[in-house]
Design a protein around this ligand. Structure first.
Ligand code: CMP
Length: 151
């Protein structure tokens, strides 16, 4: 089992897409292991996007991500990091295929609705940042109908 950190960005919250984004993960058979709505503190965004510090869009990215509430979601499942990235689709909504979250709902590269961890190492770092209190371990009874014996 892996856990990935997903953010519904301010554009996704403002556009009323939180429920539909959550449904994509639940419909897939992934488990919600943490969920919160917050206006992200600047320090959290600086740590979260530290890898982009030198990029020209860093300032506008931080401004956008702090411009309204985001929804942080811990999403759990087998290979959750790569499965969740596939569900999101490529960064730019204009290029993202239909059936993905960005492909179905987005038309922009910067207002691209959602973020998800791109590696298990980054997932661990990001989960520590957004869920310092930890995530929720529980028996998700439906999983015996989601996974066969192979996975
Ligand atoms: P995300 O997956 O959250 O990771 C970094 C974010 O930076 C990315 O989604 C986009 O929202 C944003 N981003 C990436 N490339 C660009 C770009 N060239 N111009 C503006 N924003 C970008």
């Amino acid at each position: 089992m892996e856990t990935s950190l997903v953010l519904v960005k301010p554009d996704g919250v403002q556009r009323g897409l939180v429920g539909r984004v959550l449904s994509r993960f639940e419909d897939k058979g992934l488990s919600i292991a943490g969920l919160k709505l917050l206006v992200a503190p600047k320090a959290t965004l600086e740590k979260h996007y530290a890898v982009h510090r030198e990029r020209p869009f860093y300032g506008s990215l931080l401004q956008f991500m702090g411009s309204g509430p985001v929804v942080a979601i811990a999403v759990r499942g087998v290979n959750a990091v790569s499965v969740v990235r596939t569900l999101l689709g490529p960064t730019n909504g204009q290029e993202a295929p239909g059936g993905t979250i960005r492909g179905d709902f987005g038309m922009s590269r910067s207002f691209n609705l959602v973020h998800a961890s791109d590696s298990t190492d980054n997932a661990a770092m990001e989960l520590g940042l957004w869920f310092p209190e930890g995530t929720c371990d529980y028996q998700h009874d439906v999983l015996r109908w989601v996974y066969d014996d192979e996975a």
